[in-house]
Unconditional design. Structure first.
Length: 366
């Protein structure tokens, strides 16, 4: 999935219109309502040795299909006085096919206050602070996100973001939330687990060297606990360098999991892993070719029986062509695509074999 690393984090949090390119549909007496969304028809082909016949009988090994996705969102702003605004945003993943299970799935929903130089305070389902350093090097639109633990849209959290002397600071905290284990560690028994708490912090700073380019650095930490006894502590650093249309980026994450209450002896109790993302892209007028390499491997502890300690080892080559600023086509080819982020009905890990995959998608943002 594509994760946009913005150079000014606070601005994106204060008004999600900056990130979503909203179209104003109402503006009166200090109240503004913006509409945004996207439509994404796509084609995926390749060979998946682990295609399960129970999901699609007769399709073992076949991973070729056309599909589509869509999003819809609204940004709301109410001016309170010269210093403060009330802000809110709500967005859904919208069913784009009749075979989809649900019509609207919540993507984000938060409300709060924008104090401009005093920062922004928001409450609800939203991106956490830890997503900033994790996503800074991930430029892939479809196949990204395999080698880091970002928890992009988290339920029931409080975010505070502020810029101090050029340093963009963000803090996230949350308490009880059911089914908030949509993470890499689902495989280790935290699927649909009840989160008891989460704490995150990040710092980001751009350095403008004028004709020598722009360097953007970020770092963050995350701590998450679940009622199952699982406790995660994750650290991440990353950065991008931009010069005359060329962008180089890298991120590193050290992830740990401790399970103090393991009901299944086949599950691991303690694991540590290292993940890295390296990417490069160059803008040539309407064309943007890019490449990204991601790798993650357990460095300590035991993994479940039958599961490799190398969780991801993927190379993605891609190209993006802009018809306009909001309509573009993406083609990606992934080598050795191997991830596991789900479980079957018996709770066993579902591993996608290291097979190559081709993706072609059209994106229309509005």
């Amino acid at each position: 999935m594509k994760k946009t690393a913005t150079a000014v984090v606070v601005a994106a949090l204060c008004a999600s219109a900056a990130a979503n390119a909203t179209t104003t549909i109402y503006s009166k007496d200090g109240s503004t309502v913006g509409l945004y969304g996207r439509v994404n028809p796509r084609f995926l082909t390749g060979h998946d040795n682990n295609a399960r016949p129970t999901d699609n009988p007769g399709s073992e090994g076949d991973n070729t299909h056309f599909t589509a996705s869509a999003r819809l969102g609204f940004d709301l702003t109410q001016k309170l006085n010269e210093q403060w605004d009330a802000v809110s945003s709500i967005a859904w993943d919208v069913a784009a096919e009749r075979s989809s299970d649900g019509t609207f799935d919540s993507r984000q929903a938060y409300a709060g206050f924008n104090g401009h130089e005093y920062g922004t305070l928001t409450f609800g389902q939203q991106a956490g602070a830890f997503s900033i350093p994790c996503e800074i090097a991930d430029i892939v639109w479809y196949f990204g996100g395999d080698s880091y633990e970002d928890r992009s849209f988290e339920q029931g959290v409080v975010n505070y973001a502020v810029s101090v002397h050029g340093y963009n600071l963000q803090f996230t905290a949350g308490a009880h939330a059911s089914g908030d284990a949509d993470t890499f560690w689902q495989t280790y028994g935290t699927k649909d687990a009840v989160r008891t708490n989460v704490f995150e912090a990040s710092v980001e700073h751009p350095y403008d060297f004028k004709t020598a380019g722009v360097l953007d650095l970020a770092a963050g930490v995350q701590s998450v606990s679940f009622e199952t006894g699982v406790h995660e502590v994750n650290w991440s650093v990353g950065g991008t360098y931009n010069l005359k249309g060329l962008q180089l980026a890298a991120s590193y994450e050290y992830m740990t999991i401790k399970n103090t209450d393991v009901p299944d002896a086949s599950k691991t109790q303690d694991i540590a892993s290292n993940g890295v993302v390296l990417s490069i892209q160059h803008h040539f007028k309407q064309w943007t070719p890019y490449a990204e390499y991601s790798y993650q491997k357990a460095s300590d502890g035991d993994v479940p029986s039958g599961v490799s300690s190398t969780f991801s080892n993927n190379l993605v080559l891609g190209s993006k062509y802009n018809f306009t600023s909001n309509i573009f086509a993406v083609t990606e080819y992934v080598f050795n695509h191997k991830i596991f982020s789900e479980q079957d009905d018996s709770g066993n890990p579902v591993v996608t074999d290291p097979d190559n995959q081709l993706y072609v998608g059209l994106y229309y943002y509005y």
